[in-house]
Design a protein around this ligand. Sequence first.
Ligand SMILES: Cc1cc2nc3c(=O)[nH]c(=O)nc-3n(C[C@H](O)[C@H](O)[C@H](O)COP(=O)(O)O)c2cc1C
Length: 186
Amino acid sequence: MTKLNQPINDVINARHSVRTYDGETKISHSEMQTMLKTAFLAPSALNLQPIRALVIESAMVRQQLATATGNTSQLTTASAVVLFVNDRENLTETKPFAPSQQTGVAEHLDIAALDCGLVAMQFMLTAKDHGYDTNPMTGFDHAGFSHILNLDANRYEPLLLVSIGRARQAGRMAKHKALKTLVDFR
Ligand SMILES: Cc1cc2nc3c(=O)[nH]c(=O)nc-3n(C[C@H](O)[C@H](O)[C@H](O)COP(=O)(O)O)c2cc1C
């Protein structure tokens, strides 16, 4: 699909979580890379950029992951699922998803979850602008995923899974709390 360059407010209003996709749309690596490049322009604490993305396209692996998590339709009907992880070593010159180069487990940084949310949000919005829908998920078996995907659990901490594909049915706006219950001014 091609990038539409819609006004950002339109993209934000059009993004809704979609849990069932057409099951057949393929997203090229170059388009996925374009979307992830935009996503990774997100700010990060101290500009440390600790988040890595593993794009899982294989239908067989997605089926294994679906079995492990119970959230089946997103995983099996999506074009891909993107696992965003915290790289505890965060070495800039290392190929991602390599085995750990340290012996001990580095201290967990809670702040990475914030960085991850920002990257994922930008990914979901740019995906929408490319004509795709998405669904962010924390409800998955983090340890099971590390095992199935053969990730070095000392180094990579799974944080958020985002399914992406062409919606079988258009998503709908979720209920939102009234602004007056969310915002105050001083
Ligand atoms: C951090 C986070 C975790 C979520 N985890 C799940 C999940 O495990 N499974 C799921 O179906 N949806 C999950 N969602 C999607 C929310 O249910 C959804 O964003 C919310 O209902 C609002 O709907 P919308 O995305 O259409 O605006 C998650 C969303 C966020 C932000």
